[in-house]
Design a protein around this ligand. Sequence first.
Ligand code: HMG
Ligand code: MG
Length: 298
Amino acid sequence: MSEVTIYEVGPRDGLQNEKGVIATEVKVEFIQRLLAAGLPIVEATSFVHPKWVPQLADAAEVMAALGDAGRDLPVLVPNERGLDRALELGVRHIAVFGSATETFAQKNLNRSLDEQFAMFEPTVARARAAGIDVRAYVSMCFGDPWEGAVPVDQVVGVGKRLFDLGASELSLGDTIGVGTAGQVKDLIAAFTDAGMQLDDLAMHFHDTYGQALANAYSALQAGVTTFDASAGGLGGCPYAKSATGNLATEDLVWMLRGLGIETGVDLDAVVTTSVWMAEHLGRPSPSAVVRALAQSDS
Ligand code: HMG
Ligand code: MG
């Protein structure tokens, strides 16, 4: 393997979980700096209900400020109302997000496991008819804070059903970061046994238990080549008890660089961006690579 695609989620998964309100212009500069650092895909924001995620209530302002560049960036959309809002701004890539468990479907989407599909089905169909590319996330793939272990068959069933609505990619989320490398290998094998192509899978790790990089390595060895990551390791999910930051983009790039795998990302530029963002957030980045490289610069 010689190339990996990094799908940057810091401005969305990272900032959705911040206690304080980040100014719109800081969010816009964050996205622009990540793009300038060579990240090929930056998920910009969310068109969810603003009361559910007030941190991203300025989604329309962020997209308007990004102008043409913004239209190529994916945004989270849960339902037709979210799609309408995104369409008004000329968005060309959306991501829907389902849950592998009943409890998280209720807590995150106010729907049962089955009802979530009734919400996604018309959303994805209308998006596809409008020529919009759709990514699908499935959350709680490795464990759920309320339900504990999640059966692999249940994850594969939900994931396939979401993908088959018409998605171009399925991102498997370890929302609370409890997964380990062996489970990652087994889950990917279960998806390929069920007919999914490795090229259609992405992995989305959170680092709650410090396993995100080991899990990414395990998935890489299994043949997955798209990884979600967040600059500086920002992140979490406001509706998932105990979820902390995503796999840090810098940790991933550092490992891949050591393996001779190309990402097109300027590591120093991402580190500088994360240090700048940490100043706005008022706390240092949890990423060991950010800390080490920022230290060596000073
Ligand atoms: P609901 O309350 O059931 O909504 O919420 P509803 O369909 O009953 O509608 C109620 C009202 O909300 C209506 O207004 C709608 O128009 C309005 P009214 O007619 O009463 O005046 N409404 C909206 N307004 C603006 N934008 C919208 C929208 N939708 C409805 N999109 C809903 C259901 C899905 C909207 C809500 O549960 C929600 O917004 N949830 C989002 C939660 C969220 O964003 N979580 C974080 C992202 S997921 C994540 O982080 C995991 C991930 O990273 C992967 C991983 O780590 O596993 C992706
Ligand atoms: Mg996440």
